[in-house]
Write a protein that binds this ligand. Structure first.
Ligand code: NAP
Length: 265
């Protein structure tokens, strides 16, 4: 299927690896010019080189990268300095650490809310009116399956991302945006094979005294697909939500979790 987005411009945050990279790769393979953002310059540069060398990329696709912390006003300014009129924005800034809510002070909460709620809201604010004026816009927020099925030790994530989800539910349904072909959706990953998941597995192994492989196998058994998802699968879903064909899908929370969420709705 031709997604009909060749020549569009996408800002992809948290894109040097993992799910963000998967989204950037899928979009670039559709002919979308991509601007990759992450804090660590060497990994980001390596990711941009890997993408540019991808034989599946159509000719002429531009791959730019900006080493910046997207959760800061300066970082966002840097992302908009290389390109302004984005047609597609994928928001993502890593996830807050796990822990016990008794240990989290105001500063920990502000950091989580800043990264996982206010930053996507700032990026939406900076782009949707221009998208509406041009008649095309797609925002995809990478959130978490924890929005639907909260995980006790991920209270910072549960709380901050729920705030974003409530905001998106309202703003995406305003007719000024929806009637102008601007959609805003959240993509909710379950367990995906990325460095973040590896770090969680290492933590689990340390705590339980089991090997990392044992912890991996046990976790996979809790998922009906009996495996973790791949960044490529995640990216393909993101690219579809950004496509011309998805103009009637807005305000949705799209779970991509191998069947792990146990509910009907
Ligand atoms: P990952 O493999 O750790 O990659 C995170 C990416 O975001 C890296 O490129 C990282 O690069 C970048 N990043 C982090 N903080 C940033 C910041 N402040 N500004 C700019 N870039 C930043 O993580 P992932 O697994 O892809 O996860 C992506 C998101 O999905 C996270 O919010 C995570 O909590 C959520 N999620 C993941 C899973 C899963 O199973 N993987 C499940 C549920 C939810 P730098 O560190 O160099 O900036």
């Amino acid at each position: 299927m031709d997604l009909g987005i060749a020549g569009k411009w996408a800002l992809v945050c948290g894109a040097s690896k993992g799910l963000g990279f998967g989204c950037a790769q899928a979009l670039a393979r559709e002919g979308v010019h991509v601007v990759l953002v992450a804090r660590g310059a060497p990994a980001l540069q390596e990711a941009a080189q890997r993408l540019t060398a991808d034989p599946a990329l159509p000719k002429g696709v531009q791959v730019l990268h900006v080493a910046a912390d997207i959760t800061t006003p300066e970082g966002r300014a840097a992302a908009f300095a290389v390109h302004q009129d984005y047609d597609i924005v994928v928001t993502n800034a890593g996830g807050p650490p796990p822990g016990d809510f008794r240990d989290w002070d105001r500063e920990a909460w502000i950091k989580a809310v800043d990264a996982n709620m206010l930053t996507p809201i700032e990026l939406i604010k900076a782009t949707v009116d221009g998208m509406a004026a041009r008649g095309y816009g797609r925002i995809v927020n990478i959130t978490s399956s924890a929005v639907k099925a909260p995980i006790d030790i991920l209270g910072l994530s549960n709380g901050a991302r729920s705030g974003l989800t409530g905001f998106v539910a309202g703003v995406s349904r305003t007719s000024k945006l929806a009637s102008a072909n601007v959609t805003i959706n959240n993509l909710l990953p379950g367990a995906f094979d990325t460095d973040r998941l590896k770090a969680t597995m290492e933590g689990g192994a340390k705590k339980s005294g089991k090997s990392i492989d044992e912890v991996r196998q046990l976790r996979m058994k809790t998922i009906p697909s009996l495996r973790f998802g791949t960044p490529e699968e995640f990216g393909a879903t993101c690219a579809f939500l950004c496509s011309r064909h998805a103009g009637y899908i807005t305000g949705q929370n799209v779970l991509i979790d191998g069947g792990a969420y146990p509910g009907t709705y």
